[in-house]
Design a protein around this ligand. Structure first.
Ligand code: UDP
Length: 332
């Protein structure tokens, strides 16, 4: 379905993905007209099926690494908001084609920033907690500059996002675009790809289907998990907030737990006996990660509201239905 020519539009690049599909749904619920641009590289096709019947939703297939599709550029004047969520974000996925990951971050963001410049649209880049690398400062505030290995296997994503941030802030400094930068910490919930390799989707699918649980290393590394609806609220608050956009904003849940504790929380919900297999810790896997969200709290009045037990229960219920319905073919 093609949206009318004379109405203001919100572009969501990466809108068929995990967070992007929830963002599109929330924007539609708030009465926005949403164009989703996605290359379907890591998206679940069912995420789109949930949106595509909505009269204010339009899907355009395209890869932001390439010149933007004419369907997008021909309507540049209509875009008033551009969200960039287009990039593989789980380590196995972004490392599968590292050159493409780096180009998506840098060249793709440049294409979208130029579109924002032409359109006069406000632009939001989704950056990542990975810009802090394996952090020496804990929890991580936005002014911590990070400890990233620029030659390691995570660098295509970490350094790609760091470069994308640099470019976004240059566009802002030069008055070329009004930009916002969100640094997203680990996020989970329905619409995750069951086999994208992230810890929540892996452990939940493994527990539900009675497979061995894969814990990398000894399971003492920590992460802080934010439920997806909280993340979407934070992204919209950042996009719409009355702030100058000259600084990045951490978005995440500051409740930190070890991977072993995450497994215990999942097993409180999926109550069945499991066998745990320990696999080697991936190279450059951060030892700990927890956002300092003081800036988001002060500037946006935002903080996550969904307790882990509630978010995990919803996530487990959703994956259980996917597995029962045959949508999860081969959970890893
Ligand atoms: N992890 C794990 N088992 C898995 C997948 C991941 O123990 O099946 C670990 C991984 O090594 C990392 C943490 O869980 O320490 C979070 O990994 P994820 O890929 O979800 O995201 P990251 O925060 O590393 O980008």
């Amino acid at each position: 379905m093609k949206l009318a020519q004379d109405q203001s539009l919100t572009l969501v690049a990466g809108g068929a993905g995990f967070i992007g599909s929830h963002l599109c749904a929330e924007l539609l619920a708030r009465g926005k007209r949403v164009v989703c641009l996605d290359n379907l590289q890591t998206a679940r096709p069912t995420n789109l099926r949930l949106l595509e019947d909505h009269p204010n939703f339009e899907f355009v297939e395209g890869d932001i690494v390439n010149a933007l599709p004419v369907d997008i550029t021909s309507r540049a004047g209509q875009f008033e908001r551009i969200y960039n969520l287009a990039c593989a974000a789980s380590p196995p996925q972004y490392q599968a084609d590292p050159e493409h990951t780096m180009l998506t971050c840098v060249v793709g963001t440049d294409h979208l920033l130029r579109l924002a410049e032409t359109s006069g649209a406000r632009f939001l880049l989704t950056s990542t907690s990975e810009v802090y690398g394996d952090p020496e400062v804990h929890p991580q505030p936005e002014n911590y500059r990070g400890w990233v290995n620029c030659t390691g296997p995570r660098a295509c994503y970490d350094e790609g996002k760091r470069a994308a941030e640099a470019m976004a802030f240059d566009f802002a400094r030069m008055g070329r675009a009004d930009v916002r930068v969100a640094r997203i910490f680990n996020t989970y919930g329905p619409h995750m790809h069951p086999d994208d390799g992230r810890v929540v989707s892996n452990l939940v699918c493994q527990a539900l289907s009675g497979r061995d649980i894969t814990i990398y290393g000894d399971g003492s590394q920590t992460r802080s998990f934010c439920y997806v609806s909280d993340m979407v609220e934070g992204l919209i608050a950042l996009m719409e907030g009355d702030l100058d956009g000259s600084e990045p904003v951490n978005l995440g849940n500051p409740e930190e737990l070890t991977v072993t504790e995450l497994l215990e929380a999942i097993l409180q919900i999926v109550d069945r006996p499991v066998t745990v297999t320990h696999l080697p810790l991936p190279t450059d896997d951060p030892r700990r990660r927890r956002p300092d969200i003081s800036r988001a709290e002060a500037q946006l009045g935002w903080r996550p509201r969904t307790p882990l037990s509630v978010g995990l229960a919803r996530t487990c219920a959703w994956f259980a239905e996917e597995i029962a319905g045959g949508d999860v073919q081969d959970p890893v």
